[in-house]
Design a protein around this ligand. Structure first.
Ligand SMILES: Cc1ncc(COP(=O)(O)O)c(C=O)c1O
Length: 411
């Protein structure tokens, strides 16, 4: 049968799509978003707590550097692993922030953490390989494995495990085809972290099995434990240690998207063992040619004392928002057994309020004009009990959210 012809152009027939597309799901959050924007277009006031990006934008100096790069014509391809000054600046940041000496040669600048994951899993995954990840987890991680013919085993991680993998869970679930573990600390959607001892234990198990450990540190810089020596009103926070310190065999992913408020600039990085860098470089050349040039030039301004001061002020604001929202949601009947230590998410158990969190999200949207994300997006186990709130809006708007939810839940 001939393909249907529209306006004289042959259109692709559905069977042309690769079989793997059947296994790739859209975000349920997008269904909520679609409903939300339709309601808004019809005149309803909607507050969005479903978007995983900071409300802040890049500091003025970062924008000025982008502008200057564009105007002087610094807009051509760069080398695939990123410009040397930026690789050195990122390596230097590990020294100043974590006291960890990182050779710049181990840093690859990428098109966001997403670009880093595509390159990294392309260099690590063989067809049939299995990767272990926690359930709940950031949904895209699984896609990077399946794109290269691998499979993901999601390991149920409940509140009792702080929604994170433990050495015991990794040991218990490691099978004959398992090749590695990927986790994020702090995590999306829970904001919880893996304690340093547990991370070391996971590294030991993975190392003992001859596998690879990938740690997504994209929410580093957004943790909210106050430094014990700081005065109560100080904005000094204790830093979660980087997993790079656990050994050269640990792969770390990070990004300018979250702490540095640059989601749309599409810039991130990847740190790999020196011996792995030639693979990373080859695949980066072939997949991307290079990370965005203007964004790379701009990012050089991210590590100056004045920019870091701005990011730390924002971290204090996120901490205040978290404290406000977690406490208010608990009062409203949402169960939050573990206070999220970082990121900008609250993963709340709604089982006292509803037996289906997806339906609950829709009801809250229609009844309260508040858009939140259903747990379904992040895993299978207990997903129907959970919703994810983001606190990427200011306290005044969060107060309005709480007022709306209070009215909604009283009905
Ligand atoms: C845990 C996690 N990793 C990676 C990403 C992708 O970030 P990027 O914008 O750097 O590609 C996100 C985005 O939300 C995320 O939450």
């Amino acid at each position: 049968m001939n393909a249907p012809v529209l306006s004289g152009m042959p259109s692709a027939s559905p069977h042309l799509a690769a079989a793997r597309m059947d296994d790739i799901e859209s975000f349920y959050a997008m269904e909520i978003m679609r409903e939300a924007t339709a309601l808004e277009a019809a005149g309803r006031s909607i507050i969005y707590l479903c978007v995983g990006e900071p409300d802040f934008v890049a500091p003025e100096a970062v924008m000025a550097a982008a502008d200057a790069a564009a105007r002087r014509g610094d807009t051509h391809y760069t080398v695939a692993l990123g410009i040397e000054p930026l690789r050195r600046a990122i390596a230097g940041f590990y020294q100043t922030r974590y006291g960890f000496a990182l050779p710049a040669e181990r840093v690859a600048v990428t098109a966001g953490a997403s670009g880093a994951m595509l390159i990294l899993f392309g260099t690590l995954v063989n067809p049939g390989d299995e990767w272990l990840m926690p359930d709940p987890t950031y949904p895209c991680n699984r896609r990077f494995v399946s794109l290269f013919g691998g499979t993901t085993k999601l390991i149920p991680c409940s509140a009792a495990e702080n929604y994170q993998l433990t050495p015991q869970l990794v040991e218990q679930h490691w099978g004959p085809n398992t090749r590695g573990v990927m986790l994020a600390s702090p995590s999306n959607p829970t904001g919880t972290t893996v304690p340093p001892d547990a991370m070391r234990g996971i590294r030991d198990v993975v190392r003992g099995k001859g596998g690879a450990l990938v740690v997504d540190e994209i929410y580093h810089g957004l943790t909210y434990t106050k430094a014990t020596t700081a005065s109560p009103d100080s904005t000094r926070f204790t830093e979660e240690p980087t997993s790079l310190a656990l050994g050269e065999d640990v792969f770390v992913i990070n990004s300018f998207s979250k702490y540095f408020s640059m989601t749309g600039w599409r810039l991130g990085w990847l740190v790999a063992p020196a011996s792995h860098m030639p693979h990373i470089e080859k695949l980066a050349q072939n997949l991307f040619i290079c990370p965005p040039t203007i964004a790379q030039n701009a990012a050089l301004e991210c590590f100056t004392p004045s920019s870091l001061r701005i990011y730390e002020e924002r971290r204090a604001q996120f901490a205040a928002r978290r404290d406000y929202l977690v406490s208010a949601l608990r009062t409203l009947g949402f169960k939050i057994p573990n206070t999220p230590e970082g990121a900008f998410y609250v993963y709340a158990d709604v089982s006292a309020l509803s037996d289906d969190s997806f339906r609950f999200c829709s009801e809250v949207l229609h009844g309260a004009g508040v858009a939140i994300t259903p747990g379904r997006d992040f895993g299978d186990v207990d997903a129907h009990k959970y919703v994810r709130f983001t606190y990427t809006i200011d306290i005044a708007q969060l107060t309005e959210v709480v007022a709306r939810l209070t009215t909604f839940l009283k009905r």
